[in-house]
Design a binder for this molecule. Structure first.
Ligand code: UD1
Ligand code: CA
Length: 589
């Protein structure tokens, strides 16, 4: 039997520059015992994509008319995943028989039925192009194991092209390895070099075991050859399985030509059987992804500690500092700097942004914004252009407008912050009442004091201020100053009375210039009132900055010379409010 040529026109009749596959069959029914995992082997990931996803991505580029995925072990999970990542894929459940031959037989019966249905739907008359309706699928069929994550479309394309050009019945992708133990050996014909048969390790003779060329479980079959061969394979072998590999010898028996292409890239055809191979191929894939990005204009300072998933998108002149992981659908725009020690998952980073020592998920960081060091952006964090989420700041479901800043030690959850607003250090957006989450809204150009609590739901208007240490439970109108903290009381002499003999008490006594015994134990007593004095100056040896550090420091000196604005909080206390210090005679407890 000779191979049929693959149609060279697509549905619209336009000539194609490469032959179109009738079908691709991906084998994903195996148990993957050596993974020792409750997760099916095909669903383990490298580079942010499942093993099955890698193979389906490579086969998709070949544009086969139909793609079938054969499942059995944890069939539902694998099937659901396959449908989710590859639209229109046919999921085929392997029948109860064991082996790769049984898997492809199940697939072919479904593909045949689909081909019949297609013809019926398109009203193609019997006998056109020599087709007999009963034959089902016609043309070239790619068969590929689902556990070859580094298999690339280029290699597959060459395999298909050579299959068609040589008019083969079967074309096998092989590789030569140092240790072929466990693999099917490729037995070639002297002289022609054509493939005679593939012998499984456990069925091989001593001489066949010497062969270092192995079957990679990637093939192109003529559909008719495959159908005829699968009808005749048996379980009479060492493993009692139906071997797909037996179709090779049967094709030869029928006069078909079987040739092999040897892969030059050992990793492209390396299967994942255990977690050691998973990690090895994960590293190789990452190296390749990083190399592609570096060639595309991305600076990656330390490829050894940088991990970038296959679906991440990076613009030219992005800089990635050591210890950075970019996952999922993360997109980084031109000129942004990410890292060191940063993990972004499904994050969009705008042009020129700087993101350092940050852990962020499902968030958007605007152009020119500054995040970190030590920031934690949870899902729904959106930072506007030139905004800042600073040090030890956690955000969640929070929109922080352009130019707004949350510089230090804060939690911003379920919040909207306008533009040009500054959130004081150590602020908590109290969003959770123990049962429900509530929203806080802060307007634009607001200035909130340090150590505030915004007890949601609450709104602070545009241009409003809040005093330091405030607990804001009620709305603050635009332009108002919201203050909730009471006036400060100093209880003189307290330390010497209540903490006698401590270093603090001694320092207090020294500050008064005498070693007076603290008197009494009544906190409200005036007996121990001492005049305020300047704190003692440092007397011990202090480390000093070196000359170069001093020069650097001098560059920043201007900032320190700015006039210090008065505290709105203290102004409010002085001018606006009558502070009721209830229980001024009270205790300090
Ligand atoms: C198979 C080949 C062998 C080749 C090796 C490469 C056969 C008989 N042997 O070995 O020549 O060197 O791959 O790795 O084909 N699968 C099913 N259903 C099954 C069994 C397996 O779908 O009943 C799938 C697996 O999920 C996997 C692929 O087929 O994707 C290969 O299976 P595996 O068990 O790894 O290979 P072997 O049969 O040992
Ligand atoms: Ca295998």
């Amino acid at each position: 039997m000779t191979a049929q040529t693959v149609p060279t026109t697509d549905d619209s009749g336009t000539p194609q520059d490469r032959p179109r596959l009738a079908a691709a069959v991906v084998l994903a029914a195996g148990e993957g015992t050596r993974m020792r995992s409750s997760t099916p082997k095909m669903l383990h990931t490298i580079g942010g994509r499942s093993l099955l996803g890698h193979v389906l991505t490579a086969t998709r580029e070949l544009d086969a008319r139909r793609t079938a995925v054969v499942v059995r072990h944890q069939a539902e999970r694998v099937a659901e995943h396959a449908r989710a990542i590859a639209e229109g894929v046919l999921v085929v459940e392997q029948d109860e028989l064991p082996g790769t031959g049984a898997a492809v037989r199940s697939a072919l019966s479904v593909l045949d039925a689909a081909a019949h249905a297609d013809r019926a739907a398109h009203g193609v008359p019997l006998g056109q192009e020599g087709q007999v309706l009963g034959d089902g699928l016609e043309g070239a069929v790619l068969v590929v194991a689902g556990d070859l994550p580094l298999l690339d479309a280029g290699t597959l394309g060459e395999l298909v092209a050579s299959h068609v050009a040589d008019g083969n019945a079967v074309t096998v992708l092989t590789t030569v390895v140092a240790d072929p133990t466990g693999y099917g050996r490729v037995v070639r014909e002297d002289g022609t070099g054509d493939v005679l048969k593939i012998v499984e390790h456990r069925d091989a003779s001593a001489e066949e075991l010497e062969v270092a060329e192995i079957n990679t479980s990637v093939y192109v079959f003529d559909a008719g050859v495959l159908r005829a061969g699968l009808a005749r394979i048996t379980q009479h072998n060492a493993q009692g399985e139906l071997y797909l590999t037996d179709v090779v010898a049967l094709a030869r028996e029928d006069g078909g030509q079987v040739r092999a292409i040897v892969s030059e890239d050992p990793y492209a055809v390396e299967g994942v059987n255990d977690r050691v191979q998973l990690a090895t191929l994960g590293r190789i894939l990452n190296d390749r992804v990083l190399e592609d990005w570096m060639r595309a204009g991305v600076t990656i300072v330390d490829p050894a500690t940088t991990w970038v998933d296959v679906d991440v998108d990076l613009a030219p002149d992005v800089t990635i500092l050591p210890g950075t992981q970019l996952h999922g659908a993360t997109v980084v725009s031109a000129g942004a700097t990410i890292g060191p020690d940063t993990t972004l998952t499904d994050v969009e980073v705008g042009e020129g942004a700087v993101v350092s020592r940050t852990h962020a998920t499902l968030s958007v960081i605007g152009a020119g914004a500054n995040v970190g060091p030590f920031a934690y952006l949870r899902p729904g964090s959106v930072l506007g252009e030139k905004g800042k989420i600073g040090t030890f700041v956690e955000t969640k479901n929070a929109q922080i407008g352009a130019g707004s800043k949350v510089p230090h030690l804060s939690y911003v959850g379920d919040a909207t912050v306008g533009e040009g607003t500054n959130i004081g250090a150590a602020t908590v957006f109290v969003n959770y009442d123990g049962v429900h989450k509530h929203h806080t809204t802060i307007g634009s150009h607001a200035r909130t004091g340090a150590d505030n609590l915004f007890v949601a739901p609450v709104t602070v208007g545009d241009g409003a201020y809040t005093g330091a240490g405030s607990v804001i439970r009620q709305d603050v109108p635009a332009g108002a100053l919201g203050v909730s903290a009471g006036a400060q009381r100093n209880i003189d002499g307290w330390v010497e009375r209540r903490r006698p003999g401590t270093a603090a008490a001694q320092a207090a006594a020294a500050a008064r210039g005498e070693g007076v015994e603290p008197t009494g134990d009544d906190d409200s007593s005036d007996d121990a009132v001492v005049p305020a004095t300047e704190p003692a100056t440092l007397t011990g040896a202090m480390p000093a900055l070196g000359a170069q550090a001093l020069r650097e420091l001098a560059k920043h000196a201007d900032a320190a010379d700015q006039p210090r604005p008065t505290s709105p909080h203290s102004e409010a206390l002085d001018d606006t409010f009558t502070i009721r210090t209830a229980r001024t005679e009270g205790t300090d407890r």
